[in-house]
Design a binder for this molecule. Structure first.
Ligand code: PLP
Length: 375
């Protein structure tokens, strides 16, 4: 039996159209900065990709700056807000490390913006925080990488704009999974990553509105209108563009995946698992469940042995498993070590979701008698 991959929130399989675009560019010569025919063709490919990424979030192509990924895009946004003399940061409690750490290294005062039990940011807290002195950079992710919980970004955007703040939105997980209309969000900057939508790893983009002035993050060349020096990763960017085009066209099909996710959720809940964020608006293809006293790493290993690849809710970096900040912020630190994430995407099938349930339930049934023996 072939293995099932249900870890799209970590990275998605590369779409055939993205692979074709990447290979086509590898087979051709041309630096987008060269003025000869090959250079002009390369420039045209770069701009075609920019058009596709812009269309994914409903902006004009000039708003898009290509980067090495979602992490760099958020770093560019936060550094730009610091350069624009914003004085403090209001930081969503469940932000990804890409934003969390970039905010903390600025040296600006950081206030953590709490979430409710479903993982949704508390807008009343934002109202109070925005009236305190100091121009605020506000960081709120569009959808959480662990739970898939979607934040009230447009509501926050209206408040931040009224307070003359800067709203940065990490939309790395939301892109290609739900509709994103940048202007409706009233965001100032928004980050994207190719490898979460079926493009290659190591490519991303920062979308910036007219109020945001981006800094020069890297010196040494005029690429990306001086915002990011260095010859562009054209094959990767072209593949990002192809993936963005397909992700946009596939939004409706992906939305239907919620039915398969919900069916799995119901099976696991019936067996005693707790689904996190299930009462909030969620991405259609993400499920985060915790089972008390069954460590997440053990569940991931057992699922892997059964041919199903998923993630622990806890992020693993440099060999150390950190408890999930997201689950802790939702007021369930007790569940943090036991939460797993199952996430599908463009190539997932109903059979994949069913198999995940079969393997998990079988492992749980094997485990149950042992628990009783110990007791
Ligand atoms: N933001 C979120 C919410 C993510 O899930 C990730 C990746 O896991 C990132 C940012 C980082 O993106 P990249 O891997 O492209 O740097």
């Amino acid at each position: 039996m072939t293995a099932v991959y249900l870890d799209f929130n970590a990275t998605a399989p590369v779409r055939p159209a993205a692979r074709a675009a990447l290979n086509a560019l590898l087979d051709r010569v041309g630096n987008p900065s060269s003025v000869h025919a090959a250079g002009r063709a390369a420039r045209a490919d770069l701009e075609k990709a920019r058009d596709a990424v812009a269309a994914l979030v409903g902006v004009v192509p000039g708003s898009v700056t290509f980067t090495s990924g979602g992490t760099e895009a958020s770093a560019l946004a936060i550094e730009s807000a610091v350069a624009a003399r914003f004085e403090r940061i209001l930081l969503g409690a469940t932000e990804h490390d890409a934003v969390w750490e970039a905010a903390h290294v600025t040296g600006l005062p950081v206030e953590v913006w709490p979430v409710d039990a479903d993982g949704v940011a508390d807008l009343a807290w934002l109202d109070e925080a925005l009236v305190r002195p100091g121009r605020a950079l506000v960081c709120l992710m569009m959808a959480n990488n662990e739970t898939g919980v979607i934040q009230p970004v447009a509501e926050a955007g209206a408040k931040v704009r009224a307070a003359n703040g800067w709203l940065h939105v990490d939309a790395v997980q939301a892109a290609g999974k739900v509709v994103i209309d940048f202007s409706a969000l009233q965001a100032d900057t928004l980050s994207l990553s190719a490898h979460k939508i079926g493009g290659p790893q190591g490519v991303g983009a920062l979308v910036a509105g007219t109020r945001a002035t981006l800094t020069r993050r890297q010196h040494g060349g005029g690429q990306e209108r001086g915002r990011r020096a260095g010859t562009e990763n054209l094959p990767g960017i072209a593949a990002f563009g192809a993936a963005a085009r397909e992700a946009l066209a596939g939004l409706q099909a992906l939305a239907a995946q919620a039915a398969w996710r919900d069916a799995l959720q119901a099976r696991l809940e019936a067996a005693g698992a707790t689904a996190l964020g299930k009462d909030a608006d969620r991405l259609p293809q993400t499920l985060c469940v915790a089972s008390e006293d069954w460590p997440a790493e053990t569940q991931v290993m057992i699922m892997d042995l059964g041919g199903v690849m998923i993630s622990a809710g806890a992020a693993c970096s440099s060999g150390k498993v950190k408890p999930s900040r997201t689950v802790e912020a939702m007021g369930r630190p007790d569940l943090a070590p036991y939460s797993i994430r199952i996430s599908g995407g463009w190539s997932s099938t109903e059979a994949d979701w069913t198999r995940a349930g079969d393997v998990w339930l079988e492992a749980q049934a094997r485990r149950r008698p042992k628990i009783r023996e110990v007791a």
